[in-house]
Design a binder for this molecule. Structure first.
Ligand code: PBG
Length: 325
């Protein structure tokens, strides 16, 4: 008789024989930063997450650092939106100011990843420029590139384009290189699906598209091979890390992509995934802590080596306690 149970007989041997290991170093915590001052408010669509302003974000970062989380992804909520999304690349835009503040306060103790996208900044809520009612790819590229450059000047460590325009990785790589930022890596949202799981984020960031949807640029969730096409293109254009997003309904994509590429694969466990866990825990239908642990590990087990998650601090705690990792 072969007895697989031998390796499950106690916690020590189970941990020794474990196949998937994670560390707090693989976790990235997203933050929403709103233009203005003295803002620290709960986000109603994302229980437990807050909106900060440039003068309060240090508190959020400090708290995360105390849990051992040191990598952050910054999303901006500007004071003014317009057709062209020009606040996205303004020298004194919300993300640029917050990046400078955080760099001043924490130096190189933290890793700042800035989101490169336009949907939070455009009055129409799309991720690119509109021409004749359509999101125009090539008109959007210089705006995205300029946005990434302004973030580099503000002192970010890495840029993360989430817009899904074709050719934006090379547009960003070129402008960064031309300006002496050849050492800033690009984490591209390479396989980003048009997903209803982004609902709570759009609520939080005020980035709901004012007409139509994002299906002409984000991927169709019926597709799997297309994810390979997207990630290989982004790598060819110079992406250092590629991302699959969302995570939980896309574990097959993470598995497939990670077996095809030779760069780190990040997964973004998005707002709807977080909100579902939070909401059902509040109804006492599930054990929030255990579900958080199990779902996070499933994403690593599928093949991701980096996880962007609103649960980063709580997962850090679970790793510290030895419940996962
Ligand atoms: C911006 C962007 C979105 C998310 C990350 N960057 C929203 C969208 O594409 O509509 C979603 C993240 C989340 O749901 O947590 N393009």
């Amino acid at each position: 008789m072969i007895r697989p149970r031998r390796l499950r007989s106690n916690e020590i041997i189970r941990k020794m024989a474990r196949e998937t290991r994670i560390s707090v170093d693989s976790l990235i915590l997203p933050f929403f930063i709103q233009e203005g001052n003295n803002i620290e408010e709960e986000i109603s669509s994302l229980y437990g997450q807050k909106r900060y302003s440039k003068d309060t974000i240090a508190r959020g970062v400090e708290d995360a650092l105390n849990q051992g989380v040191h990598s952050f992804m910054l999303f901006g909520i500007p004071g003014n939106k317009n057709e062209l999304g020009s606040e996205a690349y303004s020298e004194h835009g919300v993300i640029q100011e917050a990046t400078r503040e955080l760099r001043k306060e924490f130096g190189k103790d933290i890793y700042i990843i800035t989101d490169v996208c336009l949907c939070e900044y455009t009055s129409h809520g799309h991720c690119g420029m509109i021409k004749d009612g359509y999101v125009d790819n090539d008109l959007s590229l210089p705006v995205l590139a300029r946005t990434a450059l302004s973030q580099a000047f503000a002192g970010c460590d890495m840029v993360a384009p989430s817009d899904m325009m074709d050719g934006r990785v090379s547009a960003i790589r070129n402008i960064l290189d031309e300006n002496g930022f050849q050492n800033i890596p690009i984490m591209s949202y390479a396989a980003k699906y048009a997903s209803a799981f982004y609902g709570p984020f759009r609520e939080a960031a005020g980035s709901v598209p004012q007409f139509g949807d994002r299906k002409s640029y984000q991927m169709d969730y019926h597709n799997k091979k297309e994810a390979i096409k997207e990630v290989l293109l982004d790598i060819e254009e110079g992406a250092d890390i590629i991302m699959v997003k969302p995570a939980l309904s896309y574990l097959d994509i993470i598995a497939n992509v990670s077996s095809c590429v030779n760069v780190p694969v990040a997964a973004y466990s998005v707002s709807g995934e977080y909100a579902m866990i939070k909401a059902s825990a509040r109804q006492n239908l599930i054990d929030e802590y255990k579900i958080m642990c199990e779902t996070a590990i499933s994403i690593f087990r599928a093949g991701a080596s980096i996880l962007v998650t609103y649960f980063a601090k709580e997962l850090a705690g679970a790793i510290k306690r030895g419940d996962i990792g």
